[in-house]
Design a binder for this molecule. Structure first.
Ligand SMILES: O=S(=O)(O)O[C@H]1C[C@H](O)[C@@H](O)[C@@H]1CO
Length: 628
């Protein structure tokens, strides 16, 4: 039995404590949160004439399709186009299809919004007019919904728009978007197409917006912040490939896209404006990273070359919070629909710069910090480090640090960082003004070292033990987020992830529920109590929602057998029945596509008094809510 008593001491819990870490990894952006359904919609960064250039596209009927460098590109950002050639004398239906991001969802009642640019490089002397049919169909050819899109041949680019509404829901996502036309209408013609786009309804109905079910899944966590755009995907393989904010704003036709750092092309249709608008719609605040001169090939920008990136960072921040009436970057924001500044308090300078400690310490941190702090003294600047307790020496001295740890449930022997034991990593740190952001953490292997494809209950409850340390030390831990956040089941580079999705399903992992329970029951004040030894299998945390007069008694049992905790509260609750929520499952349990709800939280009632005795099942996180 563990006896928990309280002193009168305690401290505020920062409202920023629990949030989300995001980067476009595992198609979590393109093909995930970003709601565009057409993969390779503008043939960005592909090499014309190669089969890879046609990723996700296929011809319909006897038409010949290929990706070409257009002789008259739709914009300087989008030089490529799909060439669609129809032989003279053709009479049968011709066209082309797109298979989406590993499938396309067909959902009853959804009105889809489509558009594409088209032109006829060498139009016939007599203009040809006709109609395309845009439709959603199964790979077997069953058409679920369609729209007629009139066209007239023209050597200049035209943009067509259309909508169609699905009347049935298909459980299979083996569906295609198709553009087709009667062969006789276009026989002998060659046409070009690009920026072929199809959107489902989006979260908050935003144009060029986010997928609804994934947004709702994240909203159910009530996350406080959103760290973006990376992580590795901020850095580029080289400086030229970095995430550069300016290439991600403005009209879609002006966004070139880039080769992302996780093996696929980023359209940058999910750009800085879309991130910020969605973060605002979701009730979060950004933790926005700026490129800091280090890229994943290991090279650092020379000191003499830093000004370009300092200017870029200043402009990026001005896009977010500048005055649109006086600042050019802020004026772009206003022209996109948000005249007022967005909320912004935190800037992270780089990502995991412990891979390039010398240049970060010698000049990259100072150059950016000094310039940004001078321009925006009200913002907080986060330095990157490896693990708590051994932050490098930087000048000027950072106040805020981002720490990352990927570990097995018990410990990560190399870095001496521990999950179950590591919950006390922050207890031992001196309170010298430093504030920590556990920007990335996850149990990534079993204790045996076996890799995880999905989180498992043993690791998730170990994370819960570690998170009790965040609550207890939230006087110096201001933010924490699991990573990575999302993975597309059909295109994943990193496992495990918090949430796995397909084009029409979302799976909440056991770790998702741990993150959700800590975030929902964060409270605003931590009550100091007797603590445990670091290696104990039972941890706890008690926080309070002061305005609601509610206390959240979190109990974490990382052992496989039950343990009893006896709380002696510093008050006698008037409500003698409390409601608890528990996540528990047998060792090894995972929520997967075949067993999505193997472990989900359940609620229970308990008797609330000055003394509360709670028998915590093995491998469990429980939150007992006591009302004064
Ligand atoms: O290869 S790693 O450095 O471990 O990559 C990790 C750390 C990096 O910030 C993030 O992008 C990635 C997975 O979340």
């Amino acid at each position: 039995t563990f006896d928990v008593t309280f002193s009168t001491a305690g401290h505020d819990v920062p409202p920023t404590l629990y949030g989300l870490m995001f980067e476009d990894i595992n198609h979590s952006g393109d093909g995930g949160l970003y709601a565009e359904l057409i993969q390779n919609r503008a043939f960005q960064t592909v090499t014309p004439g190669t089969s890879a250039a046609l990723t996700a596209w296929a011809a319909l009927g006897s038409a010949k399709i290929s990706v070409v460098k257009s002789s008259s590109p739709v914009s300087s950002a989008l030089p490529n186009a799909l060439s669609f050639a129809v032989a003279s004398g053709t009479t049968s239906t011709v066209g082309f299809t797109n298979s989406g991001y590993f499938g396309i969802p067909v959902t009853a009642g959804w009105t889809y919004t489509g558009s594409f640019y088209y032109r006829t490089p060498s139009p016939p002397a007599t203009k040809v007019s006709g109609s395309f049919t845009a439709d959603l169909r199964s790979t077997g050819g069953t058409v679920f919904t369609s729209a007629t899109v009139p066209f007239t041949t023209s050597s200049t680019w035209q943009q067509a728009t259309f909508t169609f509404t699905a009347s049935s829901t298909q459980t299979s996502v083996e569906n295609l978007f198709a553009l087709s036309v009667g062969g006789s209408t276009v026989a002998g013609l060659t046409m070009e197409f690009t920026l072929i786009s199809l959107f489902p309804p989006t979260f908050n109905g935003r144009e060029n917006g986010f997928r609804m079910d994934l947004s709702e899944t994240l909203l159910d966590m009530k996350p406080a912040f959103f760290r973006f755009p990376g992580g590795n995907n901020l850095e580029g393989e080289t400086a030229a490939d970095r995430w550069a904010w300016e290439n991600t704003v403005g009209d879609l036709v002006d966004r070139p896209g880039r080769v992302g750092d996780w093996g696929y092309i980023n359209t940058d249709g999910l750009g800085l404006y879309e991130y910020l608008q969605w973060i605002e719609d979701m009730g979060m605040e950004p933790i926005m990273a700026v490129y800091a001169g280090y890229s994943l090939n290991g090279a650092s920008v020379a000191s003499s070359g830093m000004q370009t990136y300092i200017t870029e960072a200043i402009n990026q921040i001005n896009f977010v919070i500048g005055d649109a009436s006086t600042n050019a970057q802020a004026a772009i924001r206003a022209s996109m629909g948000h005249a007022d500044p967005f909320t912004l308090n935190y800037i992270e300078i780089g990502n995991e710069d412990f891979f390039s400690p010398t240049t970060y310490a010698d000049y990259r941190w100072a150059d950016l910090y000094n310039a940004l702090h001078a321009e925006f003294p009200q913002l907080h600047y986060i330095a990157t480090s490896a693990t708590s307790g051994n932050v490098p020496t930087l000048s000027p001295t950072p106040t805020y640090w981002d720490l990352h740890i990927y570990s097995n449930p018990i410990c990560l022997t190399i870095l001496k960082d521990f999950f179950i034991n590591g919950a006390f990593n922050f207890d031992i740190l001196s309170r010298n003004g430093l504030q920590f952001f556990q920007g990335e953490y996850a149990t990534t292997t079993e204790n045996s070292g076996a890799a995880l494809t999905y989180p498992f209950i043993d690791g998730s409850i170990a994370e819960a033990a570690y998170m009790a340390g965040f609550d207890r030390n939230s006087d110096i831990v201001f933010a924490a987020s699991y990573a990575p956040l999302l993975n597309h089941v059909s295109s994943t580079q990193w496992t495990p992830d918090l949430i796995t999705f397909s084009p029409n399903t979302v799976i909440r992992s056991t770790s998702y529920y741990v993150q959700q329970l800590y975030s929902l029951y964060k409270g605003d004040f931590y009550l100091q109590s007797t603590t445990n030894t670091a290696s104990s299998s039972v941890q706890w945390s008690v926080t309070r929602d002061t305005s609601a007069g509610q206390y959240f008694l979190k109990v974490i049992n990382t052992a496989t057998s039950a343990n009893t905790v006896v709380f002696t509260l510093p008050f006698t609750p008037s409500h003698t029945t409390g409601t608890g929520t528990i996540l528990t499952a047998p060792s090894g349990t995972q929520n997967t596509p075949t067993s999505p709800n193997a472990a989900v939280p359940s609620t229970f009632s308990f008797t609330a008094g000055k003394t509360i005795t709670y028998n915590a099942p093995g491998l469990s996180l429980s939150v007992l809510v006591v009302t004064e």
